[in-house]
Design a protein around this ligand. Structure first.
Ligand SMILES: [Zn+2]
Ligand SMILES: [Zn+2]
Length: 572
């Protein structure tokens, strides 16, 4: 017993690793990553071997150590254990959640022989430059990106949902590739196949000898874990590829500022990159009832054409309570960060995103009278039905089957996942996303529009439809970019805003909440590494880099009260 296993225990709330002696009988199996059982406070608990030390060479006092009880299964590879260590620092977290994502759900005694076919030929120039960003069309499956990446060897493919992962896996198998779906086929993925594919946790697959990593729809928020640690599969994929020295390809129809900043000039367009449906912009200001109703005259006209299947989208969660000029109807926007302004009390306008303030004055016409835009949405379905002269179904997350006799649907973003085809997708009020007080608001609005584009994409049997965007800010760079099919000006403006405000990817941001937040705030305010804003139960902590942020957050003293730390929060 001359070797020591340093073990991360699978116990909520315990991060400190513990050392155990490796009995000779378990020496062969007790390798880095192995699932083990160890004694802890007179109980036996599960855990993972994080590292193996040579007892004589270490400064550990072996006299006091207990032996490992058993090795129950193989676990994540050494590569993944090291990547988890990086991720725990990157997202200022405990190690355990990463070990959980990287582990098989069932006991796996051993790996099997790898199954691989020969690789194909390369057609993607980015593969020679360490990878980069591939712009694809909104309806693209991005299969050609996967196919190209296979010229480098085995490929790990990460997609936003398991449903899409199944489709990619089926297509890869159809093309004769040995394929593992993560996490179901954990063991064959870890043994070695041509393609490993799965939703975000697949980035933790112990797939050996990878030749490339592909992330499809890198802009999709489902690639980020919602609970803390809020790790993002795109960022883990980039780091993993960098460590392995293999190319990482990010595919997206609406690439994020983070992906663009990472790729720099390493950007290519897939043949379908510019195949967007036509985008029609409806200026709500031009309508009589602009401040109270979302049913514009142009929308009424569209709904009255009963040959058209129409999907109306309205996000009600976290809607911006904007104000607009009473004289010229210009929506009050923040000069610093572009979000909508609110008028919490008479005499001042406050930005809900960055807290900038200014007196009540319209920047367009100088008028000092504002009115708040209050859209009545409780009777929206009735209003649409009256306008359309045909039945309208409201689609909620709890809605069962869609009514086959109905051809107009209204709902939140979820409606885009329920209806599979439409002649028009109407965003009733894109401003509520675009001007929302979240730093990634415009990207989230773009994601929504890209989802809509899938529903109206042409297929072999039907012609394509259109996207309709209702807005009160038709001159916003994002809206005019969508209308003209060129988002360059938007990307330049949004990049400049993020740089100016030092928001990710040009700075690091974390949201600290929970009962212990006030105590954390007191401690963090003393740190030179970070700036702290917000109130006592929800803090925003900013730093120049994630290294500085992580150093400050990890120096927080142990608290009895719960603190939730969300690094790069999607919805902050
Ligand atoms: Zn005005
Ligand atoms: Zn602002």
């Amino acid at each position: 017993m001359s070797r020591i296993a340093r073990v991360v225990v699978d116990v909520t709330g315990v991060d400190k690793p513990f050392d155990y002696l490796i009995p000779d009988a378990l020496a062969a199996q007790a390798v880095v990553g192995a699932r083990v059982r160890v004694p802890l406070h007179r109980r036996e608990v599960p855990g993972w071997v994080m590292s193996v030390l040579d007892a004589p060479a270490s400064d550990v006092d072996t006299e006091k150590l207990l032996p490992l009880a058993k090795v129950t299964s193989i676990g994540p590879s050494t590569e993944i254990v090291e990547l988890a260590e990086w991720a725990a620092e990157r997202w200022a977290s405990r190690r355990r959640p990463f070990f959980v994502s990287a582990s098989p759900e069932r006991r796996i005694p051993r790996l099997v022989a790898p199954r691989r076919t020969s690789s194909s030929t390369a057609a993607e120039p980015l593969l020679g430059t360490g990878g980069g960003l591939v712009r694809v069309g909104p309806a693209s499956s991005a299969m050609h990106v996967v196919e190209n990446a296979m010229s480098c060897g085995p490929v790990l493919v990460v997609v936003p949902t398991l449903a899409r992962a199944r489709r990619v896996a089926a297509e890869c198998r159809r093309r004769g590739r040995t394929t593992a779906l993560y996490p179901d086929d954990w063991a064959s993925a870890a043994s070695g196949v041509d393609v490993v594919v799965g939703a975000r946790s697949a980035v933790w697959s112990s797939a050996p000898q990878l030749g490339a990593i592909v992330v499809i729809d890198e802009h999709d928020d489902t690639l980020q874990e919602e609970r803390a640690p809020t790790w993002h599969a795109r960022d883990v994929a980039i780091e993993r590829a960098r460590r392995l020295g293999v190319p990482c390809l990010l595919a997206s129809a609406v690439p994020t500022i983070a992906a663009r900043a990472w790729a720099g000039t390493r950007v290519t367009d897939a043949p379908d990159a510019n195949q967007w449906p036509p985008v029609r912009v409806i200026d709500r200001n031009a309508d009589e009832r602009w401040a109270s109703s979302l049913v514009t005259s142009a929308l009424i006209e569209l709904l009255r054409d009963h040959s058209k299947r129409v999907v109306c989208v309205l996000n009600v969660k976290g809607r911006a309570r904007s104000v607009a000029c009473d004289a010229c109807r210009t929506v009050a926007r923040c000069e610093v960060c572009d979000a909508g302004m609110t008028e919490p009390d008479a005499g001042r306008l406050v930005c809900a995103r960055c807290a900038a303030e200014r007196p009540v004055v319209c920047l367009a016409c100088g008028s000092q009278r504002m009115r708040s835009i209050r859209i009545g949405i409780s009777r929206l379905r009735d209003e649409l039905e009256a306008a359309a002269g045909r039945p309208v179904q409201e689609v909620k997350p709890t809605t069962g089957a869609l009514d086959p006799r109905v051809s107009v649907f209204v709902g939140t973003e979820a409606v885009l996942h329920r209806v599979d085809r439409a002649d028009a997708v109407v965003f009733l009020d894109l401003d509520s996303e675009l001007l929302a007080p979240r730093f990634r608001a415009s990207e989230q609005a773009l994601d929504l529009v890209a989802h809509g584009a899938r529903l109206v994409a042409p297929s072999a049997s039907v012609a394509g439809g259109e996207l309709v965007i209702q807005t009160t800010v038709p001159d916003h760079e994002l809206i005019s970019g969508l209308a003209s099919g060129d988002l360059t000006a938007y990307v330049v403006a949004e990049t400049a805003r993020r740089q100016r405000l030092r928001l990710p990817p040009f700075g690091a941001l974390a949201e600290v909440s929970g009962a212990g937040a006030a105590e954390a705030a007191a401690h963090l305010r003393g740190s030179l590494l970070v700036e702290v804003a917000g109130d006592e139960d929800r803090l925003l902590v900013r730093a120049a880099s994630w290294h500085a942020l992580s150093e400050a957050l990890r120096s927080l003293p142990k608290s009895r009260q719960r603190v939730r730390i969300a690094v790069d929060p999607a919805r902050a």
